[in-house]
Ligand binder design. Structure first.
Ligand SMILES: [Fe+2]
Length: 368
């Protein structure tokens, strides 16, 4: 019995691609090639990388076929090519880029026709369609990075279906009490999850309390006023108040909306000012069923991005392993820019503590 159908995979792949193309639809080639920020890739790189990753896994690894453009793939290797140099690489651009994306997709679907993806297949890449789920997640995660860059594009309008994901405010000071105990953390062996979410293991937690909803713009403004803290990215002073200048707009800040685009340092500073602390990622996962307002912004946790006990890299070392250590902090939840397929309760996002280009917010906790 197959738990995933090829038709469903093909449909999901085509939905993800439609979302990718909808994001760049209003832009011209010059905008796709332009470097807007040293910490974000030009959009043309993301598009070529999405297609190249698909070619690597679905066409070459699974299908055993030759690449369309020789060793072009080395320019799309995310580890070999840091973001600040991606604009200068001899990558595919314009019509050639679009043709490559379409050609790779045609080949992937052709390979899919001939493979076995049931729960019984020996190859862990194909079992339950793992590699296809990984490809979908990859493209949709890049959609979110593309949305980070699109915040820098003056006059850019979000596709309506993504605009609709932006939530309509949250408030309330209420905290939820979570009992001390042993909690199961991580993803089981079935279905798709990244290697860093595995293995499933038990973590003992002391009793704690956590905010039911994320910290609002209003609360963050109070913190800035009282503690002289820095504003979130894209905020500018206007008169007595603040405006949001992302995408070249001048939107008044809605005090009831969850705050986003704050660094870990700002999140940690806010929590201390409020007499609380950031939750650990295990506390966040244990409390997840009780939290409201998840999905507006990623939530910084106090945890470093570390391997779970018994971690095994799969299917490739570079997704998680090079980032383990005390340099990166874990974010949990998801943002309005995150596709629901990516937002598993066990999903671990990570970034440097000073970074604010991600859609990152705050939720506080405290010891019980
Ligand atoms: Fe990638």
């Amino acid at each position: 019995m197959s738990s995933v159908s090829k038709a469903a995979i093909a449909e999901a792949l085509s939905e993800a691609r439609a979302r990718t193309l909808a994001l760049v639809e209003p832009l011209d080639d010059e905008q796709l090639n332009r470097v807007y920020s040293p910490i974000l890739s030009p959009l043309a790189w993301d598009l070529g990388h999405i297609a190249n990753f698909e070619e690597l896994w679905l066409v070459r690894t699974i299908g055993g076929r030759e690449p369309l453009h020789g060793d072009l793939g080395r320019f799309y290797d995310a580890i070999e090519n840091p973001r600040k140099i991606r604009g200068e690489l001899p990558i595919l651009r314009d019509a050639e880029l679009r043709a490559y994306m379409a050609d790779v997709r045609e080949r992937s679907l052709d390979v899919l026709e001939g493979v076995e993806i049931s729960a019984e297949v020996e190859d862990p890449l194909l079992r339950d369609g793992f590699v296809y789920e990984m490809l979908l997640a990859h493209e949709l995660q890049h959609n979110e990075t593309m949305l980070q860059l699109l915040q820098l594009v003056e006059g850019y309008e979000l596709p309506p279906e993504i605009e609709a994901e932006r939530s309509s405010g949250s408030d309330g000071e209420e905290m939820v009490a979570i009992e001390a105990g042993e909690y199961e953390i991580g993803a089981s062996n079935r279905g798709f999850a990244y290697d860093n979410e595995r293995p499933l293991h038990t973590v003992a937690l002391a009793a704690f309390e956590v905010d039911r909803t994320p910290v609002t713009n209003g609360a963050y403004i109070a913190y800035m006023k009282e503690a002289g803290a820095e504003p979130p990215l894209y905020w500018r002073r206007e008169g007595d108040g603040w405006i949001d200048t992302a995408r070249g707009r001048r939107d008044p800040i809605d005090p009831t909306q969850p705050v986003v685009h704050v660094s870990w340092e700002q999140a940690d500073g806010f929590a201390r000012w409020a007499g609380k602390r950031l939750p650990s990622e295990f506390e966040w996962e244990a409390a997840r069923p009780h939290l409201n307002g998840v999905g507006h912004g990623w939530e910084w946790t106090s945890s470093d991005f570390l391997a779970y006990p018994g971690f095994a890299a799969f299917p490739y070392r570079e997704y998680s392993e090079p980032f383990f250590g005390d340099e990166y902090k874990v974010l949990r939840g998801s943002a309005w820019a995150t596709h629901p397929r990516v937002a598993r309760p066990t999903f671990r996002n990570w970034d440097l503590p000073r970074r604010r280009q991600i859609f990152s917010g705050i939720r506080c906790a405290r010891d019980a």
